[in-house]
Design a protein around this ligand. Structure first.
Ligand code: MF3
Ligand code: CO
Ligand code: CO
Length: 258
């Protein structure tokens, strides 16, 4: 980890990333009202695909991954104990009290906008509500640690401290990532770690921060489909994600709607 070169994007490339990021944020806003009891995760997927195509963009997840087992849908839908990479399915019907992370990555003019939020289906339990609120605050604190001269470890430390102070655990097996005209590239951004450790942040770096926070153990188990990651203890997991750029004096959230 941390051996490959980190590309610094030009002003022009960051403009492209902003356009893709804005599209991704709009897509989540468009899908949000669909999150209701009785809706299948495939219905949400199909609306996302239709909306994305109508804007001249492509869905990065569709066909992504190893040739012998590519991802077969346009978005990830991760319900309750699913940590990430849940595969939309016609038989998976949302129920009152579920939580669902919707993770979208449209490609616009060659550049990726990667963002996700966890939504409540109907009325959440107090436990689910607290987990989701703490997870969103973890992302906020991770982003607040981003500025030129800070270290990658500062981001994970901020997230881990807040998650663990609230009695939760931080998933280790999946991390944030550099992103541009490629979906996943250097650097890796762990959501745990030590302040002052890791590479130094520089203006022009663009990466995601996407903490996955668990109610119980951080350990993950992969289902036989080769994609769906679930909590080892079956307890809830939540996630929020933004794509961010390191700027001259701080950070710009590219997937926050202007
Ligand atoms: N959007 C996910 C991320 O945040 C990646 C999904 S890859 C897929 O990195 F193939 F599962 F869609
Ligand atoms: Co991502
Ligand atoms: Co994502």
């Amino acid at each position: 980890m941390g051996r490959e070169q980190i590309t610094l994007l030009s002003r022009r490339e960051i403009d492209k990333m902003r356009q893709a990021g804005q599209l991704a944020a709009e897509l989540l806003d468009y899908l949000a009202p669909m999150v209701k009891p009785g809706v299948s995760t495939l219905e949400i997927n199909d609306e996302a695909e239709r909306w994305t195509q109508a804007r001249g963009a492509k869905s990065a997840p569709l066909g992504y991954g190893p040739k012998n087992n590519p991802f077969t849908r346009s978005i990830c839908t991760s319900v309750n104990e699913v940590i990430c990479h849940g595969i939309p399915n016609a038989k998976q019907i949302l129920q009152d009290g579920d939580i669902i992370n919707i993770d979208v990555t449209p490609i616009l003019d060659g550049y990726h906008g990667d963002t996700s939020r966890t939504f409540f289906v109907g009325t959440p339990s107090p436990e689910a509500k607290r987990l989701v609120e703490v997870t969103e605050e973890c992302l906020r604190r991770g982003i607040a640690a981003v500025k030129p001269g800070a270290k990658i470890g500062d981001i994970g430390a901020a997230i881990q401290e807040y998650a663990e102070a609230n009695g939760y655990s931080v998933v280790r097996d999946f991390v944030g990532h550099g992103i541009s005209h490629v979906f996943h590239t250097a650097p890796q951004i762990p959501h745990y770690g030590t302040r002052g450790k890791g590479k130094r942040l520089k203006p022009g770096m663009v990466f995601t921060i996407e903490p996955m926070i668990n109610q119980g153990t951080w350990e993950a188990v992969m289902l036989d489909d080769g994609w769906t990651a679930i909590t080892a203890d079956g307890k809830l997991s939540a996630q929020f994600e933004h794509t961010v750029a390191v700027t001259k004096d701080g950070v710009e959230i590219l997937t926050l709607r202007n």
